[in-house]
Design a binder for this molecule. Structure first.
Ligand SMILES: [Zn+2]
Length: 74
């Protein structure tokens, strides 16, 4: 659960090196030590992988910059 807004889903996972970060729609981010990069690559299929120039640009493009805080997008 997000410690800032208490959302329980609709998160973005950010791969950075060997770590996986979780980003909530409210823009809160935290390192998720129970998911490592190897786990992520083994269990999650990404049909159209997109690489953004920076994390900030990716967050804004995908709606995780706080603009949809408090909203679940289906
Ligand atoms: Zn949140």
């Amino acid at each position: 659960m997000c410690s800032a807004c208490h959302a329980r889903r609709d998160w973005l996972l950010i791969n950075q090196g060997r770590d996986v970060w979780v980003c909530c729609r409210c823009s809160n981010q935290w390192l998720e030590p129970e998911i490592n990069r190897a786990d992520f690559d083994a269990f999650i299929a990404i049909p159209d992988r997109t690489t953004f120039p920076s994390v900030e640009q990716g967050l804004a493009a995908l709606g995780f910059d706080g603009a949809f805080a408090g909203t679940y997008l289906e």
